[in-house]
Design a protein around this ligand. Structure first.
Ligand code: 3LM
Length: 392
């Protein structure tokens, strides 16, 4: 089948690959292993001489369908599915580095990614630096002879700062360094880093791709060569793979990604305008705000600003917590991209593992809150926010 538009591919891509007996919904191949006709068949599959499934840690038809779909959505050659976003991040970073290497990172990263980078430094002497990546010369000056990966989030969790993905990819190419982008906050509907010249894109599929808060999963997409290598090494041997049922739930959730994202974005835009005007709000951090420092960059590389709004309330940590406790409709929970509007306090939740000094450098203080705007009527989300803000 030739390539169709994004909204069509999210529904159909990969479906043809299955023996599905006409079932519209793809079968869940809930099996650990696959039976070989003969000993020779088994031997030739292990030797890579014959196509076919062997064992579900290596590959599974339901999971393979999801991998084909995400590859198409991210305009890449090959997708890999993992048991969590962190399983994807760790398999990619460990697969691209060895002792003595250096990773150049965006100014902030998700808390557990920060934890992984620390662990890699302490245990394997793979160092890293955080960098604003705001100008070309400074990026060039921070690339060392040992830099083997550039790792970026854009927007960065939870400060919403952006990285000019095309610029970073262009510089990295001069040095032959692969660029890995965690695209969780945008989803491939809003931003496609491989089209901007990057090498690997990662998702916590737990978030917008799933959309319903019922799966922990990770996905990664890149070239056939690189992803096949990672499939046979850090994916297979560390073994953080996705279950067929989770792949099925993700295939289902992904079908509605474009319509859900449009609603998340519309709601977030409306609510950002209202939040910004409220006297209890000090600042909002939202790429769709015309006063956002990187508003132009957001327009350049994202189709829309997304559904996440971070904001600082006037007051201290106690004020932030009491505001959260006053909310009635909005749920206090980490994670994002679900139908329900969620709020979390990064300093004590998603980024609690980051030492205070580093948190400050990333721009995370005790007044900062992160809202993942859901699919409810924006008027109801606003009523809840307003009544709680009015109590500050
Ligand atoms: C969160 N984030 O609430 P999983 N990359 C990014 C992420 O935001 C996340 C991951 C990777 C949140 C999770 S905090 C305990 C809850 C940009 C997760 C990791 O392994 O699927 O959770 O993805 O910001």
């Amino acid at each position: 089948m030739d390539t169709k538009r994004f909204e069509t591919e999210v529904i159909h891509k990969g479906y043809h690959a299955l023996q599905h007996h006409g079932s519209l919904s793809p079968p869940i191949f809930q099996t650990s292993t696959f039976v070989f006709d003969t000993a020779e068949t088994g031997a030739s599959r292990f030797a890579g001489e014959q196509e076919g499934y062997i064992y579900s840690r290596l590959s599974n038809p339901t999971v393979a369908m999801l991998e084909e779909r995400i590859a198409s959505m991210e305009s890449g050659e090959k997708g890999l599915a993992f048991g969590s976003g962190m399983a994807a991040v760790s398999a990619i970073l460990l697969g691209l580095t060895k002792t003595g290497d250096h990773i150049l990172c965006s100014e902030g990263v998700y808390g557990c990614t920060f934890g992984l980078l620390q662990l890699m430094e302490e245990k394997y002497h793979i160092t890293h630096d955080f960098h604003s990546m705001s100008d070309e010369d400074s990026i060039r000056g921070s690339i060392t002879d040992h830099t083997t990966v550039i790792y970026i989030e854009s927007p960065i969790n939870p400060t919403m700062k952006l990285v000019d993905i095309e610029m970073v990819a262009r510089i990295a190419k001069e040095y032959g360094i692969p660029v890995v982008v965690d695209n969780t906050f945008s989803s491939p509907y809003l931003q496609r880093p491989l089209e901007l010249g990057c090498d690997v894109v990662i998702h916590s599929a737990t978030k917008y791709l799933c959309g319903h808060g019922d799966v922990i999963g990770g996905l990664a997409v890149g070239s056939n060569e690189l992803m096949s290598h990672l499939a046979m090494t850090t994916q297979k041997d560390i073994g953080g793979v996705m279950s067929p049922f989770d792949a099925w739930l993700l295939l289902r959730g992904i079908k509605t990604l474009p319509v859900r994202m449009d609603r998340h974005c519309e709601n977030a835009k409306k609510l950002s305008e209202l939040l910004k005007e409220h006297p209890a709000v000090e600042t909002i951090l939202f790429p769709g705000d015309p006063e956002f420092p990187q508003y132009e960059l957001a327009n350049k590389q994202m189709k829309n600003a997304g559904g996440l709004i971070s904001f600082q309330i006037k007051g201290d940590k106690a004020a932030a917590q009491s505001f959260m406790n006053s909310l009635q409709l909005i749920k206090i929970a980490v994670s994002l991209g679900d139908a329900e509007t969620l709020i979390q306090h990064p300093a004590t939740m998603t980024h609690a593992v980051v030492p205070e000094e580093s948190r400050k450098q990333m721009g995370i203080n005790d007044q900062l809150l992160r809202l993942s705007i859901g699919l409810e009527a924006w008027e109801d989300i606003w009523s809840d926010l307003e009544q709680a803000l009015n109590k500050i």
